[in-house]
Design a binder for this molecule. Structure first.
Ligand SMILES: C[S@@+](CC[C@H](N)C(=O)[O-])C[C@H]1O[C@@H](n2cnc3c(N)ncnc32)[C@H](O)[C@@H]1O
Length: 409
């Protein structure tokens, strides 16, 4: 057992003391005791608590790996997220105005991935434990939308047939859409014939009983009462199974508002890594849009939704791998602006082309400040100024941070 003084909260959300020693569930300024294993510790006791320590709103907090920072008052927690963005940008020697973090409200997350395990007491449905593969059975979740929380008993029933093979470890990817819950199940053992006919029927019956919109098995439709639809700006989009969707509608809107404010008056905009058109449809209210993403189902859904919003400017969408076949600088020269929103790995190859082009306005949206800082560095070297950054707290009480940065030259 060691007594430690916590100096800061590190990038993974753990308290950090001299050494370094990392102790989860602690806060800057606290004196604590911890049981240490190497550099990692488990909190035993808080001897002197921070004035910013608050009672966590969820009874699962501390065990559940979904949240790391519920014990921190919201203002210092949001400042810490902003500071994480500043630190990552500083590593690339980028100094920029960073706005206060946009805060997603509790109970607003429309997407969760729930793991299911069998056992003597029946199906357990929940999230992974902190630093373990064990499962915490979830009965409440202050982050998820109440309609998802209310559906937990039905989702546990739905998981049952997917556990028929002892090697299956199903994950239910649950999305709350405008027409009800859309559930894509992965982690089901495919050998020995895959899911049996009986299990498929049982899953479909349960889906009907609980009025789920659709159930798919790694993208294959097992049951569909209604096409899952999402409203993205002015458009209504048929969501492909297992498709990417921003986790919190309010955060999505904040990102879109910030991006669009920078692009006023742009005649043509390229929306790269467009997904199903989260930003494309909003952009197309004022600008002609070229959208590209390597997911063919996402591009098909985007195209199918164009007619749902009258009065939009032209939208052209293309399934394209932007790592292997980035949109070339010569193609981008015909655009007035570019929006890019890549996965965690960033958009190195595509950014090189943006940098070489004549485009003068760019918006970068990212779920990884480290790769964003790298890509931003390339644009700055090519004469862009990173004007402002908006940190977005889309994954409340987790260490994840998203951001939008606007560039001009
Ligand atoms: C963070 S999501 C953003 C999607 C969309 N902008 C939105 O907000 O809903 C990243 C997108 O990048 C796409 N993607 C991943 N790797 C890609 C690649 N190599 N080329 C093109 N698109 C890719 C994914 O299909 C996904 O739609």
């Amino acid at each position: 057992m060691r007594e430690l003084k916590i100096d800061a909260v590190g990038g993974q959300g753990d308290g950090v003391a001299a050494g370094p020693a990392f102790v989860p569930l602690t806060l800057p300024g606290e004196r604590i005791t911890a049981r240490m294993e190497g550099q990692r510790g488990e909190l035993v006791d808080v001897l002197e608590a921070s004035p910013d320590r608050v009672a966590p709103p969820c009874r699962h907090f501390g065990h559940c790996g979904g949240c790391a920072l519920q014990h921190w008052d919201i203002a210092p927690y949001l400042d810490w997220k902003r500071e994480q963005v500043r630190l990552q940008l500083r590593r690339e020697r980028i100094e920029v105005e960073i706005l206060p973090t946009f805060a997603s409200p509790p109970a607003s997350r429309r997407r969760v991935a729930l793991h299911a395990r069998g056992g003597k007491g029946g199906v357990r449905l929940g999230f992974k434990e902190r630093r373990s593969w064990n499962l915490v059975k979830i009965e409440e979740c202050p982050v998820a939308h109440p309609k998802i929380v209310a559906a937990l008993p039905g989702l546990a029933r739905l998981a049952q047939p997917f556990l028929e093979h002892p090697k299956s470890a199903p994950t239910l990817h649950v999305t709350l859409t405008g027409t009800g819950l859309d559930i894509d199940v992965t982690g089901v053992e495919r050998k020995s014939g895959g899911l049996s006919a009986d299990a498929r029927v049982q899953a479909a019956m349960t889906a009907g009983e609980f009025d789920f919109a659709r159930v798919t098995l790694a993208g294959e439709t097992l049951y569909m009462a209604r096409q899952p639809l999402v409203k993205l700006g002015p458009a209504i989009v048929p969501l492909p199974a297992g498709s990417f969707l921003q986790a919190v509608p309010a955060a999505e809107q904040a990102m879109a508002d910030f991006a669009l404010a920078h692009l006023a008056g742009a005649g043509r905009v390229a929306d790269l890594f467009s997904g199903v058109g989260t930003f494309s449809f909003r952009l197309a209210q004022n600008s002609a849009v070229y959208a590209a993403d390597f997911s063919e189902p996402a591009i098909a859904a985007l195209k199918a939704a164009v007619g749902s919003a009258p009065g939009l400017k032209a939208i052209v969408a293309e399934a394209r791998d932007l790592t292997r076949r980035p949109v070339l600088s010569t193609e981008l020269d015909k655009m007035d602006a570019v929006v890019f929103d890549p996965p965690r790995a960033g958009a190195l190859e595509q950014t090189v082309e943006i940098a070489k082009s004549k485009v003068s306005r760019v918006v970068g949206i990212s779920c990884n400040p480290t790769t964003f800082a790298r890509d931003a560095g390339l644009l700055i070297d090519a004469g862009f100024k990173l004007e402002k950054v908006l940190p977005v707290d889309q994954f409340l009480w987790s260490p994840h941070i998203e951001l939008v940065g606007v560039f001009s030259r």
